[in-house]
Ligand binder design. Structure first.
Ligand code: FES
Length: 506
């Protein structure tokens, strides 16, 4: 039994939303598909720029990936400046830093202007290592980040309660409550004429002039421009599925005395990643939020990995009791720079934002500003860096081939693999397994009351075989990261339709 309430603190500590579903056809200037941070920021910026906007969300806004983040608002993204400088050059690293730091400042300005109480706190950001063997990487990152224009330095002292070998420290970063900020934006958007529709899944995209998106309920929205901001794009263009790698990561949160607050946002690439921040909590306490133990959806061992993360938290912050645990998910692009801009070569009216690499807060805000400015004819200097139409075989080929081979391996291998459970009877209460029934691969889960839930094990995105995540009671696809409930409903795309029900007899 894992410690803590199974749920995101951000979801628990901000109100639920109840925007209506789309029940008729609509015509606007821009339709935004997806109600996470990138979609909401894009819609709000477009509304600010005078566009008539509608945002369509398949479920509830800010309740997908954005509701389960760690919400660090930082331009320091582990070791990104060394990588961007090496792959794209020093000017590109400067543009990356400028665009991400502007996003941090933008949140402060907008929250202040709209009076949004989103617990925004200005703190330094650190990337640290404990092993002296990796100090060179930290020194190189401090140099690269400083050269890129951030207030970065190499330090050996941090606010963490354990020694580090060295760290990059960047001033003027931030942490905030993502739902409070974004629900504030959503409120402002709708008060000023923008429209938000929840429980409205987009299933079709016709890229004419104008464009039309169609919903699962059979309604359509006509717009001059479409922005696809569904985390992992629900429509494939520009070989996107070969250029994005999904990654899931675990989070635990525990109250600590305010005096134990390490006073910053921290990350280390060591130990399968550890990330630390705090948030305001009850009187005299802060909520310590620790993230790490990443894995490919469908390939991890999250119950054991959660135990490791909990053990690390107890060891490094003695006396903590885990109050919450949740998991977060993101995609990393094949060249490590997000894809934000026109969806594919020749696309004039359809835009995308994806591949944030675990840094969705600053990148989501940046994406909103970039897309709104591009659509209204004033693209910023850094638009070209993030342009999804870039394709540099030298930079990307290695990762694309690796990703392609892994997907092909799952697509073929998982069909031939023997099932761990010989029959439905072998599936224990609280467990799930892929079981062959009459030649079909069925995803079978037995709930604690003994009732069997059976759906097709073939992912509705591209047909890979799903695997069970027992710690989160969900089916996960290892190919592109789609996730489903035990009854087949989509929790996470790119799959856009549920797993088909199966009837299995015990
Ligand atoms: Fe692509 Fe399942 S997510 S095949």
């Amino acid at each position: 039994m894992l410690a803590g309430v199974d749920g995101s603190y951000w979801m628990e500590s901000a109100p639920a939303t109840a925007f209506p579903a789309l029940t008729g056809d609509l015509e606007v200037d821009v339709v935004v598909v997806g109600g996470g941070i990138a979609g909401l920021c894009t819609a709000w910026e477009l509304m600010e720029a005078g566009q008539r906007v509608a945002l369509l969300e398949a479920d509830r806004i800010v309740a997908g990936v954005t509701g389960y983040t760690t919400a660090k608002l930082s331009a320091l993204h582990t070791l990104v400046y060394t990588k961007v400088r090496k792959s794209f050059g020093a000017d590109a690293a400067r543009l990356y830093a400028e665009s991400q730091q502007q996003a941090v400042e933008h949140v402060a300005v907008v929250a202040g202007r709209l009076g949004i109480d989103c617990e925004l706190e200005r703190v330094p950001a650190y990337t640290y290592v404990e092993s002296p063997d990796r100090l060179d990487e930290i020194r190189a990152e401090a140099d690269a980040a400083a050269e890129a224009g951030l207030a970065a330095s190499f330090v050996i002292g941090t606010g963490l309660p354990f020694p580090v070998a060295g760290a990059v420290r960047v001033e003027n970063q931030a942490q905030f409550h993502p739902r409070r900020y974004l629900l504030g934006l959503a409120g402002d958007l709708t008060r000023r004429g923008g429209q938000i529709f929840e429980d409205t899944r987009v299933t079709g995209l016709d890229e004419g002039d104008p464009c039309t998106v169609t919903t699962a309920a059979g309604h359509s929205v006509t717009a001059r421009r479409v922005v696809v901001a569904t985390h992992y794009p629900v429509f494939d263009r520009a070989l996107m599925f070969t250029r994005l790698e999904p990654r899931r990561e675990l989070v635990v949160a525990a109250p600590v005395p305010a005096a134990s607050d390490p006073g910053g946002v921290y990350i280390t690439p060591e130990q399968n990643t550890r990330s630390v921040r705090t948030a305001p909590y009850s009187d005299g306490q802060r909520l310590l939020i620790v993230t790490g133990e990443h894995f490919t959806p469908g390939e991890g061992a999250p119950a054991e990995q959660w135990q490791r993360l909990i053990a690390w938290t107890h060891e490094r912050f003695p006396g903590t009791e885990i109050a919450y645990r949740w998991a977060t998910q993101d995609n990393t692009s094949s060249d490590r720079v997000p894809f934000v801009g026109p969806f594919y070569p020749g696309a004039e009216n359809v835009f995308v934002a994806t591949g944030f690499g675990g840094w969705g807060m600053s990148t989501g805000v940046m994406a909103g500003r970039l897309l709104a400015a591009t659509i209204t004819g004033a693209a910023p200097a850094w638009a070209s860096l993030y342009d999804p139409r870039r394709l540099n075989p030298l930079r990307e080929a290695g990762n694309m081939l690796k990703l392609g081979a892994k997907v092909a391996g799952h697509f073929v291998g998982d069909r031939l693999k023997p099932s761990p459970a010989g029959s439905v009877d072998d599936v224990a209460a609280g467990a799930g397994s892929v079981v062959r029934v009459g030649g079909r691969q069925c995803a079978v889960y037995r709930d604690e009351a003994g009732q069997v839930h059976a759906v097709s094990a073939r992912c509705t995105h591209a047909g890979c075989i799903v695997d069970f995540n027992e710690a989160e009671t969900a089916w996960e696809c290892p190919c592109h990261g789609s996730r489903f409930t035990v009854d087949g409903a989509v929790l996470q795309g790119p799959a856009n339709s549920p797993l088909a029900p199966e009837s299995v007899t015990e």
